[in-house]
Design a protein. Structure first.
Length: 211
């Protein structure tokens, strides 16, 4: 792991709508942590890879900023969704962060490749496995949601390999890689029609131009 519980490298944090997967369309506070060793060639946040380029913040600072942002924008009290993403967030120990987020009445959701050991107490685990660095076998059955990015035809077979390792209640999503969406989305649609256990995930935040 590249950091301890005391501080975490925060690339950015923002309040928006979740654009992908099971929670698509929900208001969500995102915390994007720096650091990633997975190295997806099509990654759209490569600036997150080097953790040293992002400021270290204490857990208290991170949670206080989340609460302050939510309180300034909402008109009613509500349990809010907080999505921890990256980079690869599991390069860090996330137990203390999730504990404090729960105390602040946040619902915790992680987006991870699963390439590092799971840490933290999560209400929802979105596993998005990558060929560049495979997920740890013990993490796959813990996923609430399997979201596989489809870049070419061979990715369907690869997606099925991981779907077979998930729990019976795991939601299964296929998502087109953004730059190849026009090419692969029709393939995904046909595949889902033939294999209806899968659902389509689209990056709607890119269509409606929000973070």
């Amino acid at each position: 792991m590249v950091s301890t519980q005391a501080t975490l490298p925060v690339m950015e944090a923002f309040y928006t709508l979740q654009g992908e997967g099971f929670h698509q369309g929900r208001a969500a506070y995102f915390i994007r942590l720096g650091g990633c060793d997975v190295g997806c060639v099509w990654c759209d946040v490569k600036e997150s890879w080097d953790a040293t380029k992002h400021p270290q913040k204490t857990i208290e600072e991170i949670v206080d900023e989340a609460q302050s942002t939510i309180n300034n924008q909402q008109t009613t009290k509500h349990q809010n969704l907080c999505v921890i993403t990256g980079g690869e967030p599991l390069m860090h120990d996330l137990f203390e962060l999730t504990q404090q987020l729960h105390k602040a009445n946040f619902e915790t959701n992680i987006e991870t490749s699963g390439a590092h050991s799971l840490s933290g107490n999560w209400d929802w685990i979105c596993l998005s496995p990558k060929k560049f660095k495979a997920p740890l076998p013990e993490t796959v059955p813990l996923a609430n949601e399997l979201k596989v990015v489809i870049y070419n035809r061979s990715d369907f077979r690869w997606a099925e390999e991981y779907a077979a390792q998930t729990s019976p209640h795991c939601k299964l999503y296929l998502q087109p890689e953004w730059d190849k969406a026009s090419e692969v989305t029709p393939l995904i649609i046909d595949y889902i029609k033939q294999n209806p256990k899968w659902e389509l995930s689209l990056q709607i935040h890119k269509y409606i131009n929000v973070p």
